[in-house]
Design a protein around this ligand. Structure first.
Ligand code: AP5
Length: 604
């Protein structure tokens, strides 16, 4: 295994080059011929199975989720007093080096460019250089192990810890990204410079470098300042049109895996503008990130409203969608994850003064339409919410609808059978919250007490021929301005032969049902008519946008979710399909194939 020497004399911030063997000195008389553009360019909740569930719920007594708002906040990504950590990525000649020069000048970060490091090794004729040379000259990627060791060695030096780092051109393949992830080396922000293919080729072919200063020029765009500099400029051996096309292909083949690794930190920048304009955007982004780190440091995480908070994923330091959601029963971690996710969104909504909200979450164990539905999971979710609000000093009423209908026709939705008893049997902690801060009741006006501060309604639902809406309305009327939270409501009409729901006040019922604002939604998406495999997921956590994810199988038998697009409101089926086909809303006609897919990733 090759080890990059930690004592290498190479200075990343003040790169000096001597033309390495194979590099051509740029003759001052050379003119560029116009380059041609285009590149390749647990059970089913039947009554018998309910009894199977009951011990499960009681077993949960020992997995009591004493989660309070104080302990539940997700970990902050950046530790205190840490300087900026930035990754910059983009196709060949997208302007990474040019922007890095300017970023280093303003922010003083340690610039680590794998291209520069490798070129310096080649120039020095080192073992690494000799191994890398052939790959580089032909425009191929240098083997992962070699580059990774080099970067990790460089990142471990003291200057990066003091000044922060700017990683340019790394990671460039999935194994490289994975190596960093394993070592928990993550940036604060992942910048992608986005430039059209035809422009890239012209930029590469016209690029020249000053071997004395390492400064990057372009024979048309940024000609050298003096004749003297012009005379010593060199052309990189991998900057021929043919090699650029091949480098571009390699970039496109790898970019999806890299972008998806950092989708929660991704910031796409239009790199087809003047370098100063681009730098202006990058600069304000980095200042914003610095400010966010400072705010996190002072404990004030949630109030900063920046251009960097378009999706909940970014804003909440969200951990991404848990994998193996088809494994039933769900692991404790997966359940914890979702309880926490729902809680955070619900708390934000209530803090923002919302009084009529609903949570819709249909992971397999919470989806009554699947045979793996587990009422214990629903009860745990309700307990986490109730305990958390009671920790905040609020008196919580947990309400479960009672029997519907009359006489021999009385009954209740199967999904809710026994729910109230289970709630009563559950472990609510030793601090006496149950019976004081938390009380269990039914759904209806009479169950609203003056002392109640907040109401959590467990899966209120219509039953065939029986409608819960009148009781619900009576309850919300009595609750007035106090918050009412519906967990997995099912308020669609279920017509029966009695005709009740076919005729009477249908529109008003629907309007009332719609008056509850979604504060959390998580839906798994499947190919039409199937429940396997999982195609993706749709998530919305108040107050952020709807995020659409695609599930991807990885080579190692694992899976991951990659963000495809975000939406200001719940996307329609067509919008979801378009996103999966790689079409963005404003580019439905333009985008296709791989780039379409990538564009949609980047347009978040
Ligand atoms: P590397 O040097 O990293 O090459 P690259 O990624 O292909 O990027 P470039 O250096 O070509 O372009 P750039 O984005 O920095 O653009 P620049 O600012 O120069 O890597 C070289 C090789 O090393 C790879 O092919 C591979 O073999 C190996 N390697 C490196 N990292 C590796 C890794 N992680 N794993 C494996 N192998 C690895 O700008 C380009 C031109 O455009 C310049 O002329 C500039 O003046 C001009 N320009 C810049 N901005 C603008 C603008 N806004 N408007 C107009 N012109 C502009």
């Amino acid at each position: 295994m090759l080890n990059y020497p930690a004592t290498s004399s190479f200075n990343c911030q003040n790169t000096r080059f001597t033309p390495p063997p194979g590099y051509t000195l740029y003759p001052s008389s050379l003119t560029l011929s116009s380059s041609s553009s285009s590149s390749s360019s647990s059970s089913l909740h039947s009554s018998s199975q309910y009894h199977q569930n009951l011990p499960k719920v009681i077993a949960y007594k020992h997995t009591h989720f004493n989660i309070s708002p104080r302990t539940k906040v997700l970990k902050v990504r950046c530790s205190q007093n840490e300087p900026l950590k930035v990754m910059i990525s983009g196709a060949p000649a997208s302007g990474k080096g040019t922007q890095c020069e300017m970023i280093v000048q303003k922010f003083g970060l340690v610039h680590i460019s794998t291209g520069d490091l490798l070129r310096s090794e080649v120039a020095a004729g080192s073992e690494i250089g000799n191994q890398a040379k052939e790959y580089m000259n032909s425009g191929r990627l240098v083997p992962d192990e070699l580059v990774t060791n080099m970067v990790i060695g460089r990142l471990s030096r003291d200057d990066t810890k003091q000044k922060g780092w700017l990683l340019d051109g790394f990671p460039r393949s999935f194994p490289q990204a994975e190596s960093l992830e394993k070592m928990k080396i993550r940036p604060d922000v992942f910048i992608v410079l986005d430039v059209p293919d035809e422009i890239l080729i012209d930029r590469c072919v016209g690029r020249r470098m000053d071997p004395e200063t390492g400064k990057i020029y372009h024979i048309k765009n940024f000609p050298p300042e003096t004749e003297e500099i012009k005379a010593r400029l060199i052309t990189r051996p991998d900057d021929t049109e043919e090699k650029v096309k091949s480098r571009l292909q390699i970039y496109k083949k790898n970019v999806e895996a890299i972008v998806s690794t950092y989708s929660d930190l991704l910031k796409k920048i239009d790199g087809n503008r003047s370098k100063d304009v681009i730098f202006g955007e990058i600069s304000s982004l980095l200042l914003q990130v610095e400010k966010e780190k400072e705010t996190e440091k002072s404990g004030n995480i949630s109030k900063l409203d920046s251009q960097f908070n378009k999706s909940a994923s970014t804003k909440e330091n969200w951990r991404g969608i848990p994998t193996n959601l088809n494994n039933i029963p769900h692991s404790r971690e997966i359940r914890d994850y979702f309880y926490n996710d729902v809680l955070q969104a619900t708390q934000r909504a209530i803090k923002d003064g919302k009084t009529r909200v609903k949570v819709e979450i249909n992971i397999p164990e919470l989806n009554p339409n699947t045979d793996v539905y587990r009422i214990g999971t629903l009860m745990e979710l309700v307990r986490v919410l109730a305990l958390s609000f009671s920790d905040d000093g609020k008196r919580v009423k947990v309400s479960v609808q009672g029997s519907m209908g009359e006489g021999a026709l009385a009954g209740m939705p199967l999904q809710l059978a026994g729910t109230r008893k289970i709630l009563e049997y559950m472990d609510w902690g030793n601090d006496g919250a149950m019976g004081t801060f938390i009380n269990i009741g039914a759904i209806g006006g009479r169950d609203v007490d003056e002392a109640d501060d907040i109401f959590i309604l467990v899966a209120p639902q219509n039953a065939m021929g029986n409608c819960i809406i009148d009781d619900l309305r009576a309850m919300t009327d009595a609750a007035g301005s106090r918050p009412v939270i519906l967990i997995n409501p099912r308020l669609k009409d279920l017509p029966a032969s009695s005709g009740i729901m076919q005729t009477m006040g249908r529109e008003k019922r629907l309007e009332y049902a719609a008056s509850f604002e979604i504060c959390y939604q998580f839906r798994l998406l499947y190919y039409s008519g199937t429940q396997y495999p999982i195609m993706g997921a749709l998530r919305m956590a108040y107050p952020y946008r709807y995020e659409l994810f695609k599930r991807i199988n990885e080579a190692n038998g694992k899976e991951k979710y990659v963000i495809l697009s975000t939406f200001p409101s719940r996307p329609t089926g067509d919008e979801v399909n378009d996103a999966f086909e790689g079409k963005t809303r404003d580019q439905v006609k333009k985008a296709s194939g791989f780039w379409g897919f990538l564009n949609s990733i980047l347009s978040t």
